[in-house]
Design a protein around this ligand. Structure first.
Ligand code: DQA
Length: 142
C-alpha cells in the first residue's frame, strides 16, 4: 500500500491561489494518483486533512503497516516537529512532494523540517510530482 497524504489547505486546490498551485482541483489530484497507481499495479489511498492529530494518526498507521508514503506536508513542512517525528517512524519509503518550488518562494518556505527524514523530495513540478513519486515507489513494490 502507498499512502498519499496531504496536509492543510490542499483540499482547496483548484481555487486556492491558482497562480501558485495551478487549476487542478483536489478531486483531480486524487483521480490522477489513483489512475497512476492502477496503471502501475500498486494500491494507493489518497487522503487530505487540515488537522495535525489526524495526519499523525495516518503516519502511525503507515509506520505500523510498513507502508510507503507520498507526503505533501504543506505549511507543516516549515515548522512542525511532531509531523516530522511521526514521519521518522516510517519503515517504508517516504517521498516529500511540493506542488510549487518552495525554494523560489518566500524565505520561510525554503526549509522543510521533513526533508531530512524523507528518501527524496520533489518540488516545483506541479501535481506531476505526485505521479513521479508514485512511479518511483512502484519500482520497489513487490
Ligand atoms: C506546498 C508549499 C508550502 O509552502 C505551502 O504551505 C503549501 C503547499 C506545495 O505543495 O507547494 O500549503 O507544500
Amino acid at each position: 500500500m502507498i499512502y498519499v497524504l496531504n496536509g492543510p489547505n490542499l483540499g482547496r486546490l483548484g481555487t486556492r491561489e491558482p497562480s501558485v498551485y495551478g487549476h487542478t482541483t483536489y478531486a483531480d489530484l486524487e483521480k490522477l494518483c489513483l489512475e497512476t497507481a492502477e496503471r502501475l499495479g500498486v494500491r494507493a489511498e489518497v487522503r487530505q486533512t487540515d488537522a495535525e492529530f489526524e495526519m499523525i494518526k495516518w503516519l502511525h498507521q503507515a509506520a505500523d503497516e510498513g507502508a510507503d508514503v507520498v507526503l505533501n506536508p504543506a505549511a507543516w513542512s516549515h515548522y512542525n516537529i511532531a509531523i516530522r517525528d511521526a514521519a521518522a517512524q516510517l519503515r517504508g519509503r517516504l517521498i516529500e512532494v511540493h506542488i510549487s518550488n518552495i525554494h523560489t518562494r518566500e524565505e520561510f518556505r525554503h526549509h522543510s523540517v521533513i526533508s531530512a527524514v524523507a528518501a527524496g523530495v520533489i518540488a516545483g513540478l506541479g501535481v506531476d510530482g505526485y505521479r513521479l513519486a508514485l512511479e518511483h515507489l512502484a519500482r520497489f513494490a513487490g
